[in-house]
Design a protein around this ligand. Structure first.
Ligand code: URA
Length: 292
């Protein structure tokens, strides 16, 4: 009973959940935010990307390659020191330049494969870029490749991917004719840990250009990491699901609709929530129908 005032105080301060769906590294997040503020102050808007999304060249199936040495792209030197935030800005800038120069999905895939600025590439076997059909205008974004994806170079090809495919099949969507899929980052984090805020920031220009080139009518963000990367919202999935969002980045000409749902790995750990994922899918199906 003595704890009730303390709980009330927390509630009033906005703490209305005991724990989120996923752990967060507040130290790394604040370091990134500080660096972003410094960059914004020193550079103004000099680096605003051009809105030159050229015609898309469709690709139908997954494209991935084994990682060999890359000699054609500049390595900013960030790979060996992930706490070097000056290096971080340069690395993000070099990713932005490469992303900006890509005029279609094929060029973007090559740019990602040739980019050496993300240290995850050092320990990964394959660059995992995409799977599915970009012509469907339904785009899914997950977190990061796991062990199976790293072996095969295809997003969501392991156990969690099988569950995801099942969930989507329940509303008649498959990779060949129903959706296109990628992740927030392109290389497997060792031990399947969550991508760090730095890794997400480095890959973000590629992710943004990826979305712009696919130009989806609707985006489904699968799991908290994708939500944080795209919507910059750290709220729990239970608060965000079933809501409708709009998303646009500097490479895009128009907004796209966004929905969020649980990550299949989370559903595997918490099967009771499959019921909620099913509700999300029904809503997703309805929204796709309404898009025409
Ligand atoms: N989990 C993800 O978020 N992406 C994958 O590609 C595989 C597992």
């Amino acid at each position: 009973m003595a704890d009730i005032p303390a709980l009330k105080w927390l509630r009033e301060a906005g703490v209305d959940e005991i724990a989120g769906d996923t752990p967060r590294d507040f130290f790394a997040e604040s370091a990134i935010a500080k660096q972003a503020a410094i960059d914004a102050k020193s550079k103004g808007s000099v680096n605003a990307p051009k809105k030159d999304v050229a015609q898309r060249k469709p690709i139908l199936q997954s494209a991935s390659t084994s990682i060999q040495s890359n000699t054609t792209q500049a390595n900013s030197g960030f790979m060996d020191n992930s706490s070097n935030y000056a290096g971080l800005s340069e690395t993000i800038e070099s990713a932005r330049k490469l992303a900006e120069a890509a005029n279609n999905l094929d060029e973007l895939r090559k740019a990602v494969e040739g980019f050496d600025g993300c240290s995850l590439k050092k320990t990964a076997n394959k660059t995992v870029f995409c799977d599915g059909n970009p012509e469907t205008k339904v785009m899914l974004i997950g977190e990061a490749p796991g062990a199976d994806e790293d072996r095969q170079g295809i997003p969501f090809c392991g156990m969690s991917g099988q569950l995801l495919d099942k969930v989507l099949k329940s509303i008649g969507l498959d990779r060949e004719s129903g959706f296109y899929i990628t992740n927030t980052i392109f290389w497997r984090p060792p031990g399947n840990r969550k991508p760090t805020p730095e890794e997400l920031a480095i890959c973000k220009p590629f992710l943004e250009k990826h979305i712009a080139l696919v130009a989806p009518k609707i985006l489904l963000l699968v799991g908290a990491t994708a939500v944080q990367a795209i919507l910059q919202d750290n709220s729990s999935m239970s608060k965000l699901r079933s809501k409708q969002f709009k998303y646009k980045n500097d490479y895009m000409d128009a907004d796209t609709e966004v929905m969020v749902t649980y990550h299949p790995s989370y559903l595997m750990r918490s099967p009771l929530n499959k019921r909620l994922a099913w509700e999300d899918m029904l809503l997703f199906e309805e929204r796709i129908k309404n898009l025409g």
